[in-house]
Design a binder for this molecule. Structure first.
Ligand code: IPE
Ligand code: IPE
Ligand code: MG
Length: 239
């Protein structure tokens, strides 16, 4: 049975690898940071479209553990853009029922920015319309390593370590795995994104650069997803 948008099923948790800001800017003869600003402006309309289509959790990957290796000016710019965006958009996000969440490491971010993120999470924690999970200083391998370290620190016996226990040690312990992962800018790789959680995610890759990814293309991705058969290692229509 399709919903009012003609979608037979909608991902409960959608994750987006927001890639291609730099190339978007270069194509226009602009500095890379102009691409990051345009990409950031694109989050709001995509978030609104997700609410309309019935997505309950939207994860957006904004900065990877590897992105620290970029030129200092770009890294500083990306940190500034995150802080400015929280300042400018938090009241409206809160008024619109958006619950903010962070995935990744906070401790390497500037102190003021850490405070802003913590305050934004605390302010919006009871909102229920949609969860916007911002992956910033996130890397899948780092996440798995910190889980292993904490399991050892907690003195967990080897025979107690199973998948259910392990996932409780991930940054996403309180979130279901992503159902659909969209990657913009045409790269066919995970680049270290949710490598545990994405074991059975569906992927949708589009050549569109992130700042140009709009509601129509989101709909195409959701339509594509709604027509996929997820088998989880079983066989078709197994009882
Ligand atoms: C994605 O855009 C945003 C971040 C990784 C911070 P890029 O900055 O990777 O853009 P391209 O891939 O160079 O075009
Ligand atoms: C992945 O994009 C990280 C984010 C989108 C935040 P990158 O541009 O860093 O990935 P690679 O270097 O192309 O694999
Ligand atoms: Mg990139």
């Amino acid at each position: 049975m399709a919903n009012e948008h003609g979608l037979a099923k909608v991902p409960y948790h959608l994750a987006i690898i927001m890639d291609g800001n730099g190339r978007w800017a270069r194509r226009r003869g602009l500095p890379r940071l102009a691409g990051h600003r345009a990409g950031t402006e694109n989050i709001r309309p995509v978030l609104e479209a997700c609410v309309e289509y019935g997505v309950k959790i939207l994860t957006i990957w904004a900065f990877s553990t590897e992105n620290w290796g970029r030129p200092k000016k770009e890294v500083r710019g990306l940190l500034r853009i995150l802080g400015d965006t929280i300042d400018r958009q938090l009241p409206e996000l809160h008024a619109n029922g958006v619950r903010l969440r962070h995935t990744g490491r906070l401790d390497r971010l500037p102190h003021r920015l850490q405070g802003k993120i913590r305050d934004a999470i605390a302010l919006t924690k009871n909102n229920e319309r949609i969860t916007l999970n911002v992956a910033f200083d996130y890397g899948g391998r780092a996440e798995i390593l910190q889980a292993v370290r904490r399991i050892i620190e907690d003195g967990i016996a080897p025979e107690q370590v199973d998948e259910a226990l392990f996932r409780r040690y991930l940054y996403t312990a309180d979130l279901p795995d992503p159902d659909l992962i969209i990657r913009t800018s045409g790269e066919f790789r995970t680049s270290n994104f949710m490598i545990w959680q994405a074991a059975y995610a569906e992927y949708y890759i589009t050549p569109t650069y992130w700042p140009d990814f709009g509601k129509e293309e989101l709909y195409q991705a959701l339509l594509d997803y709604s027509q996929r058969e997820r088998r989880f290692g079983l066989v078709e229509a197994q009882d």
